[in-house]
Design a protein around this ligand. Sequence first.
Ligand SMILES: [Zn+2]
Length: 279
Amino acid sequence: MGARVVITIVLRVRALRAECGNLSGAASARRLLMPARETEAIILKTFPLGEADRLVSFFGRSSGRVRGVAAGARRVKNRYGSTLEVLSHVQLWYVERETRDLVRIQQADLLESFHKAQSDYGLSTGLAVISEISELILPEHEVSEPMFRLILLAAQEVERTGDWNLPLSYFAFWTVRLGGWLPRFDRCVACDTLFGMKPAFYDAHQAGLFCDKCRRPGTSPLHFEARNLDERFTGERLDRIEYEKSMQLGARELREAALAWIEHHLERRLITRALLETT
Ligand SMILES: [Zn+2]
């Protein structure tokens, strides 16, 4: 996360604190506190906040993406334990406040831990890519059951298989598909020529797949084997797909293309993407 984002968040929290400081007494406290809500959630990211707290971004099954404060989460003895790790699957209780855009997290119980993946550098890089994309793609407060299931399934498979390659290809492909940005895999977006078994080409600056004649310099190939995974990924659940050696190149190409389309849609580079090359 960039320093500017941290500063913005800190400033916002300060401003909100100041705003709330002006309201005093029991009447205003009653007005500010809403009843506690409960949701199944996936922890997307956490940031240190002040000396003792954590700012937590979570994706709730029934709340959508929400940001909140876990008070005291940075103390040695805290009630959150390992529940606030990246992509932890938790049951979470929080309180909304009328005048704040940050909720107050009261409690988090671990439903499912991805401890192996979270504590291994290589595997945690895969989780970090899923977390960064989810954080940027998901609109605030918008529920999405397909995305919730997709993130959870991808994290479960990184943990189960000890390999992020296939889960990340599947996750990136489905994120693009659910976002509605998947181009046609059979023909050139510029001239309509069918690709057949020939390679198609993509780049990060334009949507769509191009034929050899229409492609610009600097584009990357998406071979038939990679495009062919479209059907496989659409028709089969990730945990039922056998990651055969013959799939590896295609899965990698499809992942790189999907990540390029995600970056094109977001109009920014994914920070964690470069880290994949280091694992
Ligand atoms: Zn063409």
